[in-house]
Write a protein that binds this ligand. Structure first.
Ligand code: FAD
Length: 427
C-alpha cells in the first residue's frame, strides 16, 4: 500500500516548498511533504503507464484495463479506503491530487480512480453498515473490484426525483426492479450503488428514495448496452437492467422512508465527494492542455518568430492560466473544508465544480485554437481532452444544476465560508 502514514501535524502543516510560494508567505493550498510525494507517484504512473495508451483508448473505445492494472500495481486505487480495511485512509485533498495528475494525461483512466475514491466505496465507508463495509471495502482497498453508481434513468437525470427503479418486498428483503442508464463502468464493475424507491414511495417524490449496493454478478442483472460518446471513450457508460434482483437487508446503504426525504438528502449531500473529484479531473485535464499549448507556441515559428512572441496569444494563455488557477483554488478550499472523514460542503463544492468545468472547457477550446489546424487534428492530444472535459461538464450534476444550487443558496441567505460575506438579513 502507498507508504506515507500521515501524522496529524503533517496533515495540518503546509511547509514552504521552493518555487511553490512567494518569498515571505505560505501558500495555504501547497502540498504537504506527504502530499507532494503522493503527487510525484501519481505523476510518474500517469506519464509512464497511462499516457502512452491514452489515444488508443479514445480511438478504439476499449476499456482501459492496462490503466486499471497500472493503478492497482502502484497501490493508488485504495488510498481513500480506511486503514481498517487495508487502505491508506486518505481524504478528499489527496484524492484530488491524484485525480488531477492522472487526468493530466488521460481522463478515461483517471475515472477508474474517481470511482474508487469518490464513488461507492467512500459512500459505503461513511454511510454503510459494518456488514457492507467488511464485504466491499477490502476489495476496494486492494483494487480488486471496480464500483459504479446507478442514479440516472431515461426520465430521471437532473430531475432525479423522477427515478422509478424500486424495491418490491420479498420475504426478509426485497426484489430490485428497474433500469439505469449512463452508469460509468457499469459493464465492467463488480458492484453498483443503486438509488431506488423503497416500498410506499411514488415517482416524483424525494421521500422514500434510498440506496442499495448490488452485486452485479447476481441473478437478474443485465447489461443492456453501452452509450456511444463524443469523449471519455475508454470508460463506457452502461445501461443496466435489474429484473427481480434479490436485495437483503444487509445490502441497504441508505434506507428510504416514504414519510421522509432524509435518505435522499443524505445521498445528495454525499455526491459532493464525486463533484470535487470531477472538478479535480477537469483541472488536471486542462492543465495538461495548457502546458501542451505553451510548449507549442514556444516551439512553433511563423517566419523567424515563435508564436509565443505574439502578445495576442500571450493574452490567451494569461486568461487560460488565470481561470484554471481560480478553479484550483476553489477546489482547494472545498476539499479542505471536508476535514478528516467528512464531506465537502455543498455550496463551496458547487462553486468549485462549476468553475472547474467552465475553466476546463475554455482552456481546452483555446488550446485547440492556439495549435491552429493541428489542434483540430486527432494526432495532437488537445481535441481529445476537449471532448473528455465536455462530458465532465454534464456528469455529477450539470453546470446548470450547480448554478441552481449556488443561486438558490444565495437567495436563501447562505454564504460561502471565509468571513468576507455579510449574510443578508432574514426576510
Ligand atoms: C460522461 C458521463 C458520465 C456519467 N456517469 C454517470 C454515472 O456513473 N451514474 C449515473 O447515474 N449517471 C451518470 N451520468 C448521467 C448524468 O448524471 C446525467 O446525464 C445528468 O445528470 C443530466 O441528466 P440528463 O442527461 O437526463 O439531462 P437532463 O436532466 O434532461 O438535462 C438536459 C439539459 O437541461 C438542463 N436542465 C435540466 N434541469 C434543469 C433545471 N432545473 N434548471 C436548469 N437547467 C436544467 C441540464 O443542465 C441540461 O443542460 C453521466 C453522464 C455523462 C455525460
Amino acid at each position: 500500500m502507498w507508504a506515507p502514514r500521515l501524522s496529524r501535524t503533517s496533515r495540518l502543516h503546509h511547509p514552504v516548498r521552493s518555487g511553490a510560494v512567494a518569498a515571505r508567505g505560505v501558500d495555504p493550498f501547497a502540498d504537504t511533504d506527504d502530499q507532494a510525494a503522493l503527487r510525484d507517484l501519481a505523476r510518474t504512473v500517469a506519464r509512464r503507464d497511462l499516457a502512452p495508451r491514452a489515444r488508443h483508448w479514445d480511438e478504439t473505445e476499449e476499456f482501459p484495463d492496462a490503466s486499471l492494472e497500472a493503478l492497482r500495481r502502484s497501490e493508488l486505487l485504495g488510498i481513500t479506503v480506511g486503514e481498517r480495511w487495508g487502505g491508506a485512509g486518505l481524504g478528499d485533498v489527496e484524492a484530488a491530487i491524484v485525480l488531477e495528475e492522472l487526468a493530466r494525461v488521460d481522463v478515461s483512466s483517471a475515472i477508474l480512480a474517481q470511482l474508487g475514491y469518490n464513488g461507492p466505496p467512500r459512500a459505503i465507508e461513511h454511510l454503510g453498515s459494518d456488514a457492507l463495509r467488511d464485504r466491499w471495502l477490502p476489495l476496494a482497498a486492494r483494487g480488486e473490484a471496480l464500483f459504479c453508481i446507478g442514479i440516472s434513468e431515461t426520465e430521471a437525470g437532473s430531475a432525479v426525483q423522477h427515478l422509478r427503479t424500486r424495491l418490491v418486498p420479498d420475504g426478509e428483503g426485497w426484489r430490485l426492479e428497474g433500469y439505469k442508464n449512463y452508469v460509468t463502468g457499469g459493464h465492467r464493475a463488480r458492484a453498483c450503488l443503486v438509488w431506488c424507491r423503497f416500498p410506499g414511495s411514488a415517482p416524483g417524490a424525494t421521500q422514500g428514495i434510498g440506496a442499495v449496493v448490488v452485486d452485479l454478478e447476481a441473478d437478474g442483472v443485465s447489461v443492456t448496452g453501452t452509450h456511444q460518446k463524443m469523449g471519455l471513450r475508454g470508460t463506457s457508460e452502461a445501461e443496466l437492467a435489474f429484473d427481480g434482483v434479490q436485495v437483503r437487508p444487509e445490502d441497504v446503504l441508505v434506507a428510504g422512508d416514504p414519510g421522509s426525504n432524509d435518505g435522499f438528502k443524505t445521498l445528495i449531500g454525499h455526491i459532493n465527494h464525486e463533484r470535487c473529484g470531477n472538478a479535480a479531473m477537469c483541472i488536471g485535464a486542462a492543465q495538461g492542455a495548457l502546458e501542451y499549448a505553451v510548449a507549442y507556441v514556444r516551439d512553433r515559428r511563423i517566419g523567424d518568430r515563435p508564436l509565443a512572441d505574439l502578445q495576442g496569444l500571450q493574452w490567451k494563455l494569461a486568461d487560460m492560466a488565470t481561470r484554471l488557477e481560480a478553479a484550483r483554488l476553489l477546489l482547494g478550499r472545498a476539499v479542505r473544508l471536508a476535514g478528516p472523514g467528512g464531506t465537502p460542503p455543498a455550496l463551496e463544492t458547487a462553486m468549485a465544480k462549476l468553475a472547474a468545468n467552465e475553466a476546463a472547457k475554455f482552456v481546452c477550446d483555446e488550446a485547440i485554437q492556439l495549435l491552429g489546424g493541428y489542434g483540430y487534428s486527432r494526432e495532437y492530444p488537445v481535441e481529445r481532452v476537449y471532448r473528455d472535459v465536455r462530458g465532465l461538464c454534464i456528469g455529477a450534476g450539470t453546470t446548470e444544476i450547480q448554478r441552481n444550487l449556488i443561486g438558490g443558496r444565495l437567495v436563501r441567505g447562505d454564504v460561502p465560508t471565509g468571513g468576507a460575506w455579510v449574510p443578508p438579513r432574514p426576510v
